[in-house]
Design a binder for this molecule. Structure first.
Ligand SMILES: [Zn+2]
Length: 196
């Protein structure tokens, strides 16, 4: 049964669902959101979505005559589950012996999930930056034949001057990568995650 007042997904959450699994994830998300107060199975969700798209040209199964398969909804629910946005409990049906899966959303965790992803990206960028900085050398153009390289700490200690001829030390060309990474880290740090 459809509720007269339909709750809408937060736009960020909507986009995130779309990224996870396309339009079907948005439909599934809407069903979960609008069935907070009732027990809903993957079969109910499938039937509700089929009902809601009846008469439209939406077809989630373009390769056959069905418009939406239970299996497609199940796969989508498991994707939501693996992104920590949905949960289920299963109960064995005594008459058939099959499991019945009841699903609910955990959209309240969305902000936390985004924050986790943000921190993960930031730490990956920091690791990469550290790698570039540790493998970042200075050399003297004038004494190039000697092939002597200095890491950042050593070059810093030398005040970025060649100890042999006094010319300025030059940085190897991963400087642009380092700048790029520093920039990215700055951008990510400034992203404010707040879902309301
Ligand atoms: Zn030199």
């Amino acid at each position: 049964m459809r509720l007269s007042h339909i709750k809408e997904l937060n736009p960020f959450l909507r986009s995130f669902l779309y990224i996870i699994s396309g339009d079907i994830a948005i439909y599934v998300g809407m069903e979960l959101l609008n069935s907070e107060s009732v027990d809903i199975t993957d079969e109910d969700i499938t039937e509700n979505i089929k009902e809601s798209i009846k008469g439209s040209d939406i077809d989630f199964e373009p390769n056959d005559s069905e418009i939406l398969k239970l299996n497609t909804v199940r796969k989508t629910l498991y994707k939501l589950y693996s992104e920590k946005l949905a949960q289920f409990r299963r109960i064995r049906d005594k008459s058939t012996g099959w499991f019945i899966y009841y699903w609910w959303h955990e959209f309240d965790l969305f902000e936390e999930i985004l924050l986790e992803k943000k921190n993960l990206i930031e730490s990956k960028l920091r690791d990469r930056l550290q790698f570039e900085q540790n493998n970042y050398f200075f050399y003297c153009k004038n004494c190039q034949e000697s092939n002597i390289k200095y890491n950042f700490d050593k070059a810093f200690e030398l005040n970025f001057r060649c100890p042999d001829c006094g010319n300025p030390l030059e940085a190897q060309d991963n400087q642009s990568i380092i700048e790029y990474l520093k920039n990215k880290i700055g951008v990510i740090q400034n992203i404010k995650i707040s879902i309301d």
